[in-house]
Design a protein around this ligand. Structure first.
Ligand code: G
Ligand code: G
Ligand code: MN
Ligand code: NA
Length: 256
């Protein structure tokens, strides 16, 4: 349980950081927003990725206060970028919300408070929830998603394609974008089945007027393939790794 104590102290000591990975309009190469990804600046062990501590945070429930902090920090940063005039028009930041966070009953209050405190422009905060979380319990999820949408959050369905979405649910939920899971993107240009699967997701998304964001783009060939399929947006090491806020804002404006 030592890591649990350490995690609590880390939160109190301000050792968490949010890094930002660009979400790019594939044709123009311009950054249209960022996904927020938490890091722990550990005093002894250096910069830790979520895999090293988020499972414990999830198990112990510390995900709730840590998640509140991430939401607040992202709203603060968004408002600061807009106030400093470095934000491009419509710039968004997407925050990951875990299964436990989503069902905890805290996320609506956390977002309401953070939006009230920092007042980033309406629609600039996006929430990412995985396909599994949304589709497991569509009716109650729908209430939460509608509340978040009414608060002015965009809603992105993460890891899309790995779960079981019903078309009817996708149609009824106030979703803005589907994030096509990395597992379909990495061999999109070399494996016919991956290509056809993504083609189908893109067509369906477009027919439902959803934005499509492909994850894990690492090569120009993957990007070009996605452009040919009509996928509008993408994210991945080809454009940038997740970077600290001061670096992230230098990626705005010019094509990545
Ligand atoms: O950045 P990295 O690829 O290591 O992220 C690994 C995982 O951690 C991703 O699946 C991501 O959704 C999750 N994650 C990163 N930041 C946050 C966060 O702020 N909150 C939650 N709930 N999950 C996060
Ligand atoms: O589960 P989620 O989609 O939130 O996970 C985002 C994770 O994907 C982050 O940990 C991020 O570091 C990682 N990631 C982002 N772009 C790439 C990429 O191009 N390749 C690989 N392998 N991982 C990526
Ligand atoms: Mn995500
Ligand atoms: Na994902």
């Amino acid at each position: 349980l030592q890591i649990e104590t350490e995690l609590r102290q880390a939160l109190d000591n301000g050792e968490f950081e949010v890094h930002y990975q660009p979400i790019v309009a594939l044709r123009s190469g311009r950054t249209k927003g960022f996904e927020a990804l938490i890091r722990w600046r550990h005093p002894l062990r250096g910069l830790l990725s979520p895999a090293a501590f988020m499972p414990v945070a999830e198990e112990t429930g510390l995900i709730i206060p840590i998640g509140s902090w991430v939401i607040d920090e992202c709203c603060r940063q968004l408002a600061a970028w807009y106030a400093a005039d470095v934000a491009t028009p419509g710039l968004t930041v997407a925050v990951n919300v875990s299964n436990r966070q989503f069902w905890s009953g805290n996320v609506i209050d956390d977002i309401t408070e953070a939006l009230g405190r920092h007042q980033p422009p309406a629609g600039s905060l996006a929430v990412e929830i995985t396909e599994g979380v949304v589709m497991e319990n569509v009716a109650p999820a729908r209430d939460i998603l509608h509340t978040l949408h009414d608060l002015g959050c965009q809603l992105h369905v993460d890891d899309f394609g790995t779960g079981y979405s019903s078309l009817e649910a996708l149609h009824r939920l106030p979703i803005d974008a589907l994030k096509i899971d990395r597992s379909f993107v990495w061999q999109i240009d070399t494996d016919r089945r991956s290509g056809e699967l993504v083609r189908t997701i893109v067509l369906m998304g477009r027919n439902l007027s959803l934005d499509l964001i492909a994850e894990g783009i690492e090569t120009p060939e993957q990007r070009d393939f996605l452009i040919r399929l009509g996928c509008g947006y993408g994210q991945g090491f080809l454009f940038s790794r997740p970077v600290p806020a001061d670096v992230a804002c230098t990626l705005l404006g010019e094509p990545a």
